[in-house]
Each structure stands twice: as structure tokens, then as C-alpha cells.
Design a protein around this ligand. Structure first.
Ligand code: AMP
Ligand code: GLY
Length: 425
């Protein structure tokens, strides 16, 4: 079988690595890919948002399956375009992908489906948004409606900050069309967790809980990033609560979309806040999280290709999706300066030594392969991931592996998984 994976992050390296474990997979193509995917298959220089070129490539190479990593191609309708050509695609079609593509759509679906979420209002007019902020007062959350590369959410602690955010989105149009409409909602307090499920439109199979670390600095301080590390399971969402949590935040969404004739197939990611009153959904993503994907795939025991075809064919109820009882912890090594400006072009050494450790795998993100050398090209460079019998062991092994890897001007948080360990004490 020939598979095309779309994307270029650590998540896509992990997807290629996992898919390659199936002996039926003869060839993996990745567009545009990175240094890690180049070591598994062949990279093809097509951007992830160039839908016509991706469809043409899939036809030309006669791929048997397209696996979509990031949200953008899904929101742009890659699955729909491929389906027209009879090419199987893992990932939802454009309408359900709006769960991530439009925060207003997502919040309205949550409200209609009865999913717990922060009270909210949607605004298309700047003056009305400002009036609402003045009426409600701070703290308050302002969100750009459309895709804003993870930067479209401001948790404002003062009215001025909230109004500034709305001005930035609606007047200065810092996020382009994505900010023409805003969602304003109540602030929720608690600890966050990620909960992902494979979905076939009707049935779902849960992955274990995980937790991301969005802030750049230790102690969850500083600006938000794409994610500086993740571990699974997250003690804030223990196994005993998976079923009830899914009935609260996965099942109603699938039912709602199926009833509309727009079934959700792919990975549904619920970003949860554990408040004093229980879980509340902050957002949905319509794909694997990055970096949550890396620890989750390290733990996944069932063949990924089988799961993906079961999702596409509506047969998820016919297979068992199993994850190991071990804990996985992934530490992101970034280039100093990220999420702001950062240097590129540094050579990475020590990857083989790290991966030689039992239960350790280094997934590459912002890298390229040049004459057999791995060179940095991005802000998030690596996600060094380790399995352990418990969280303490997984964390210790991940940092032991990190210590074996070197590139100039590297930066990583030293407290990935500390929050989980504290909860276990
Ligand atoms: P979102 O893209 O909607 O998940 O928002 C990104 C991040 O903003 C979340 O992971 C939270 O840390 C934070 N956030 C979003 N909505 C809220 C809320 N209602 N209350 C508190 N924090 C929030
Ligand atoms: N790790 C968060 C995300 O992928 O959106």
C-alpha cells in the first residue's frame, strides 16, 4: 500500500512512524514533510493548503490512503475533493471540520448538542462586542472566529485588554478574515486536559487522556506556543472517567452531526477544562494534537492503518482500539526565541544515541535532512518521547534522552509532566 501523509510537524513524523509499522505499507509519501519523514519515506514539496496540487499528487501516485495531520486542509475541503476522486482520506469533511475552523460554529453546535461549555456570545459588529465587554466586565475571553494558528484567543484580565483584543481582530484585522467575527465568553478556571477519540461518523473509540503544555516558560508562564510537551495519561482525567466524559463531550457532537447528514470521521479532539463543576469544553480540534499525538501513538497498540480504514468505512465497532498501560512523556526541544523570531540552520547531533534508549523515540518537527545530516528549520524542532511504567519514569527517561541531543541555541521546558506528578502525590 502507498500512503500520503499531509503536514510537516512532529505529529506527522509520528503518524509516518506508526503507519510504517504495518507490513502492508510499502511506501509513505509526505507533503511537505520534514527531516524525520524523509528518513521514513519520500517528501514532496507541496504545501498543506494547496488542495488541487494534493489531489493531483494523490491521483498521480495512485495512493491508497491520504492521512491529514493539520486542520487547514480539512477545513479547506481536502477530504471532499479526494472523495470525489474515490481516494480514501482519513480526516473529516469540510462541514464537520468547521468545529475547528469556526469558533462560532463550534460553540453553536455545542449549545445545540447540550455539551458543557462556557457561556458565550458571537459578534459581527465591533461596537456591540465592546458594549458586551463593558456590560460583563473582566476577566473575559475573546476569540477570533476563524483559524489563527493558535494565536486567536485572548484571556483578558482587564476590560481594556479585552477591548484591545477585539480591536486587533475586528478593526486592525491582524488575523485577516478569521477575525471579522469574534466569540466572547466567560473565563473558566481549572486544569486543562486533551481527550481524543477515533470516530467513524457514529461509533467512537477513545484514546487515553493527555495533557499539553502550551506556555513557553516553566510554570505555564509566558506566551502560548503550539505546545512544549505532552504526556499521557493525564491524572486530571483518569481512566475511570473516560466513558462518562465521552458521553458528555464526544457522543452528543457525533449524534448532532450525523443527524445533519454530515457525519464526523477522523480524530475528534476535545480540549477540556476541569472546573469545580466538572469538565467543560474549551474547543474542538478535528485532528490529532501536536504534541499530544506523539505520546498517544507511542502508547497505541492497535495497528493505526486498520483503525483509519475502520473510521472511513464506518466499522469502528468491529475492532478494538488498545493502548498500552504504560505512560508516555514527550519533551519539545525548540529553537531559542520561539514563539518569536528564532535562529535556523543548526545541525542536530545525538539523535541516534537518544533513540537507542529502550522505549525512546525522537519525533522531528522543524527539521530537514541535508546530506544525511539533520538541520533545524523551525521553532519547535523535536519532540523527544519516552515510555515508562509510570509518569515519573517516563519523564526521567524523556529528559535523559533530551540530554543526549544537542544543537546550538536549543531551549526546552524542564517541568513537562510536573503538574501530573503533583496530582499523583
Ligand atoms: P482554544 O483555542 O479555544 O482552546 O483556546 C486556547 C487556550 O485559551 C485554551 O487552551 C485555554 O488555555 C485558553 N482558553 C480558551 N477559552 C477559555 C476560557 N473560556 N476560559 C479560560 N481559558 C480559556
Ligand atoms: N496541542 C494543541 C493542538 O494541537 O492544538
Amino acid at each position: 500500500m502507498k500512503i500520503l501523509v499531509i503536514g510537516s510537524g512532529g505529529r506527522e513524523h509520528a503518524l509516518c512512524w506508526k503507519l510504517a509499522q504495518n507490513p502492508k505499507v510499502e511506501r509513505i509519501l509526505c507533503a511537505p514533510g520534514n527531516g524525520g519523514t524523509a528518513q521514513i519515506g519520500e517528501n514532496i514539496a507541496i504545501k498543506d493548503d494547496d488542495i488541487p496540487a494534493l489531489v493531483a499528487l494523490s491521483k498521480e501516485k495512485q495512493v491508497d490512503l491520504v492521512v491529514v495531520g493539520p486542520e487547514m486542509p480539512l477545513v479547506l475541503g481536502l477530504e471532499n475533493a479526494l472523495r470525489q476522486e474515490g481516494i480514501p482520506c482519513f480526516g473529516p469533511s469540510a462541514y464537520p471540520a468547521n468545529l475547528e475552523g469556526s469558533k462560532a460554529f463550534s460553540k453553536n453546535v455545542m449549545a445545540d448538542a447540550g455539551v458543557p461549555t462556557a457561556p458565550f456570545r458571537v459578534f459581527d459588529e465591533f461596537d456591540q462586542a465592546v458594549a458586551f465587554i463593558k456590560e460583563k466586565g473582566a476577566p473575559i475571553v475573546v476569540k477570533a472566529d476563524g483559524l489563527a494558528a493558535g494565536k486567536g484567543v485572548v484571556v483578558a484580565s482587564t476590560e481594556e485588554e479585552a477591548i484591545e483584543a477585539v480591536e486587533d481582530m475586528m478593526v486592525r484585522q491582524s488575523f485577516g478574515a478569521a477575525g471579522e467575527r469574534v466569540v466572547i465568553e466567560e473565563v473558566l478556571k481549572g486544569e486543562e486536559a486533551s481527550f481524543l477519540a477515533f470516530c467513524d461518523g457514529i461509533n467512537y473509540a477513545l484514546l487515553p487522556s493527555s495533557q499539553d503544555h502550551k506556555a513557553i516558560y516553566e510554570g505555564d508562564t509566558g506566551p502560548n506556543t503550539g505546545g512544549m510537551g505532552a504526556y499521557s495519561p493525564a491524572p486530571v482525567l483518569p481512566k475511570e472517567k473516560y466513558v462518562e466524559t465521552a458521553e458528555l463531550c464526544i457522543k452528543p457532537i457525533l449524534r448532532h452531526l450525523a443527524a445533519k447528514g454530515e457525519p464526523f470521521k477522523g480524530v475528534l479532539y476535545a480540549g477540556l477544562m476541569y472546573t469545580e463543576d466538572g469538565p467543560s469544553v474549551l474547543e474542538y480540534n478535528v485532528r490529532f494534537g501536536d504534541p499530544e499525538c506523539q505520546p498517544l501513538l507511542m502508547r497505541l497498540e492497535t495497528d493505526l492503518l486498520t483503525i483509519m480504514f475502520a473510521c472511513i468505512d464506518g466499522k469502528l465497532n468491529q475492532i478494538e482500539v488498545k493502548s498500552s498501560t504504560q505512560t508516555a512523556c514527550g519533551v519539545v526541544m525548540a529553537a531559542e526565541g520561539y514563539p518569536g523570531a528564532y535562529p535556523k540552520g543548526m545541525e542536530i547531533i545525538g539523535l541516534e544515541e537518544a533513540d537507542a534508549m529502550e522505549g525512546v523515540k525522537t519525533f522531528q518537527a522543524g527539521t530537514k535532512l541535508v546530506d544525511g545530516k539533520v538541520i533545524t528549520t523551525g521553532g519547535r524542532v523535536l519532540c523527544v518521547t519516552a515510555l515508562g511504567d509510570d509518569l515519573a519514569e517516563a519523564q526521567r527517561k524523556a529528559y535523559e534522552a533530551v540530554a543526549k541531543i544537542h544543537f546550538d541555541k536549543s531551549y526546552y521546558r524542564r517541568d513537562i509532566a510536573d503538574k501530573g506528578l503533583k496530582r499523583l502525590k
